[in-house]
Design a protein around this ligand. Structure first.
Ligand code: SF4
Ligand code: SF4
Length: 122
């Protein structure tokens, strides 16, 4: 990606225009069960990741742990609107879309198996 495109994407992100985040890990407490994430901030791990499998969403919370729990809200830290790519704090510095921990991908997909980032590209 050229730095010109990266700068433009950054501008869009900082301007608050939501960019799509799709999460298939629907058993997460933050997931509306239809692929939208309502966490205010999403942390992606993967400081040494070379592929998708080296990344993971560390904001994942298994919803079943909180079924019928009066404390679930304490862990959710939810927003009223679905989170977008601009809500991601990403440690996967080897990904071409990582710009100083901000994600500049046009959209991001988190997968159902292990909450890793399918959009990762070296
Ligand atoms: S992106 Fe992370 S925090 Fe959000 S619903 Fe998916 S697994 Fe949960
Ligand atoms: S696309 Fe890359 S920078 Fe964006 S969240 Fe996934 S691993 Fe991080």
């Amino acid at each position: 990606m050229t730095s010109k495109i990266a700068k433009l994407l950054n501008k869009i992100i900082k301007g608050g225009i939501p960019i799509m985040l799709k999460c298939q890990r629907t058993d997460c407490l933050h997931n509306d069960k239809e692929g939208k994430c309502f966490a205010k901030k999403i942390a992606i791990d993967g400081r040494t990741a070379q592929t998708t499998s080296g990344t993971s969403c560390s904001s994942y919370i298994p919803a079943h742990d909180f079924q019928n729990s009066e404390f679930a809200d304490d862990f959710m830290d939810i927003d009223e609107v679905p989170s977008g790519v601009q809500n991601i704090d990403c440690a996967a510095k080897n990904c071409r879309f990582n710009d100083n921990r901000a994600c500049i991908a046009a959209d991001v997909k988190i997968n159902s198996e292990d909450a890793s980032c399918e959009t990762f590209q070296k």
